[in-house]
Design a protein around this ligand. Structure first.
Ligand code: NAI
Length: 213
């Protein structure tokens, strides 16, 4: 695997978790950690950790382990937390407001710049320090501010139509919470579909399995 260019998607999926764990270790004042200790904390095998971290340049040293702060920083750079990707939320209902209030966009390389809703009664209401705008303003807003990420918190019926429109306005990435698995026939567009219910169903299955044992 190359130094940064072609890291496999399964490694990329594990990176945010490494980043979070290392951040917590750093807060606890831990300077270095062996792959064995890290593996015990993260419930991964030590060889999996070594393999993962070797993908982008072997941060560990024989007999020393990993330097927590530099590894945290390096993984952060790979993930792009030092970037500032302008982000908008579409749909300012319960979910859209909760995401606006409780997700720390800045610490994840993003910056929330706008919230839009088609319900005129919500126009002007503020969420945190951002005023909700009517969806009629999206076009002008995108032309002026060039956001690149959209968080979709709208019902599934309107998701595809809105997403296609946003692609035309320069949005490149969708964090899609609507119950609709977005597929976009444009190259250079990335989608993360999020279904909290799927995670609950996995738990349901595992709970029922436990009861059968
Ligand atoms: P909500 O009804 O409180 O809010 C939806 C908001 O979207 C409303 O304010 C509505 O005016 C607005 N809206 C509808 N069509 C729009 C459009 N075309 N453009 C802009 N705004 C539009 O619903 P809630 O609880 O916030 O959930 C939002 C969606 O997310 C729902 O479809 C729900 O099923 C889904 N959901 C998904 C979860 C997940 O894990 N993926 C978890 C919870 C909800």
């Amino acid at each position: 695997m190359g130094k940064n260019g072609n890291i496999s998607s399964s490694v990329i999926k594990r990176l945010p978790r490494y980043y979070r764990f290392l951040g917590e270790l750093q807060k606890q004042g831990i300077e270095r950690i062996s792959s064995r200790e890290l593996s015990e904390r993260m419930k991964l095998t030590a060889s999996q950790i070594r393999q993962d971290l070797n993908c982008f340049g072997g941060f560990g040293q024989q007999g020393y382990g990993y330097h927590v702060e530099s590894l945290h920083e390096e993984i952060g750079k790979i993930l792009g937390v030092d970037k500032c990707l302008d982000t908008i939320i579409i749909g300012a209902g319960n979910l859209g407001k909760a995401i606006a209030m409780h997700i720390n966009f800045e610490s994840r390389g993003c910056r929330l710049t706008g919230i839009f809703d088609s319900n005129p009664r919500l126009t002007g209401e503020t969420v945190g320090d951002i005023a909700i705008r009517h969806t009629d303003e999206i076009e002008e807003f995108c032309k002026l501010n060039h956001p690149v990420i959209a968080v979709l918190c709208i019902p599934k019926t309107s998701t595809q139509e809105i997403a296609d429109k946003l692609v035309g306005l320069g949005i490149r990435s969708f964090w899609n919470y609507s119950h609709y698995d977005l597929s976009i026939d444009h190259t250079g567009i990335v989608v993360e579909n999020v279904h909290l219910g799927d995670s609950l169903l996995t738990l349901t299955y595992r709970t029922n399995k436990l009861a059968e044992e």
